[in-house]
Design a protein. Structure first.
Length: 317
């Protein structure tokens, strides 16, 4: 089926060869009213396209889904299909990333979070400034609310600095039940283990070579690098501290998260009380499994035995 725009173009080409408008429409089977019809969709989409280009310049790594949430906050409600159509029409489509290696869905996630302050995850992200100063960013994330609790920027971060950051966060948000991390030297040092034991916090160290067990923090680190570190240019370490803290506030209060139903972590946290106030403070009771970071041991399912037929034996034919 040929679109009306293509039919009008065909009539224009025929008329350029000396054929009248009435004759050209009759030969091509195009109603004459089609030639004088003015499209209303471009005028309707023009404000939305301008808003999309403005938001895309402000957030260059966001796609159509997140930009649609920002437009909805501004009062421009639309469906996802229209948002994708306008996004492609504006030429703002981002190049597709190569698919990552996915973990089988049948594998149980070690110690899944059940409420805020249940599991905190922390790790390090490295970068450099224009003056060749190294940046070592310690990121701390609440796995349930996906809130970025802290991004501590320094040149080097030993166990004493990690303890200082965690102590400051506990004075603001309360203490978590578990701390998840890899087996890096900053996380398994004697000072960290002693402080964790005194604070009565359980550790959930992931298995070597399995970063997917710390998936929430790894996902945050990827977002941090893709949406900010790869875009910004820091002149000094002091400037990096100020700008990264501003991005962390934006991540928690403005940026919509698809895993949270396109809510911000602060909005999601308002509807879910932390673990200390949660009515069902369900904590795994198997200490050996808890120390291994495997959560509660699943119980075996019970299936009732099939009922026997009266008279016993096989039914005779």
């Amino acid at each position: 089926m040929v679109s009306p725009q293509a039919r009008r173009e065909q009539v224009r080409l025929v008329r350029e060869r000396g054929v009248s408008q009435r004759r050209a429409c009759g030969l091509l089977g195009v109603p004459r009213s089609t030639l004088s019809y003015q499209l209303r969709l471009p005028a309707k989409d023009a404000p939305t396209l301008a808003a999309m280009r403005r938001l895309s310049a402000q957030y260059p790594r966001y796609g159509a889904r997140r930009i649609r949430i920002f437009l909805r906050r501004e009062g421009d409600e639309m469906g996802i299909n229209r948002a994708r159509r306008l996004w492609r029409q504006a030429g703002l489509t981002l190049p597709r990333k190569p698919p990552n290696r996915r973990v089988a869905a049948s594998r149980p996630r070690p110690l899944p979070p059940m409420a805020a302050n249940h599991v905190w995850a922390y790790d390090f992200v490295f970068d450099a400034c224009a003056n060749r100063q190294q940046l070592k960013c310690a990121t701390v994330v609440d796995e349930f609310t996906h809130e970025s609790l802290a991004i501590d920027v320094a040149g080097s971060s030993r166990s004493a600095r990690v303890i200082e950051v965690l102590t400051r966060l506990m004075s603001v948000h309360g203490s978590p039940i578990y701390l998840r991390s890899d087996n890096g030297p900053e996380f398994v040092s004697h000072a960290i283990l002693k402080w964790v034991s005194e604070a009565r916090i359980e550790t959930a160290l992931i298995d070597p070579g399995k970063p997917w067990q710390n998936g929430t923090n790894e996902s945050f680190n990827g977002t941090f690098r893709d949406e900010y570190l790869s875009v910004e240019w820091f002149r000094t370490r002091r400037e990096a501290k100020v700008i990264i803290e501003a991005w962390r506030q934006h991540y928690n209060a403005v940026r919509p998260h698809s895993s949270l139903g396109y809510l911000t972590p602060h909005e999601f946290k308002q509807h879910h009380p932390p673990i200390r106030d949660h009515p069902r403070r369900a904590i795994p009771q198997e200490r050996s499994a808890r120390n291994a970071g495997l959560g509660s041991v699943p119980r075996a399912r019970w299936y009732p035995a099939p009922a026997k037929r009266e008279g016993g034996g096989r039914r005779s034919r």
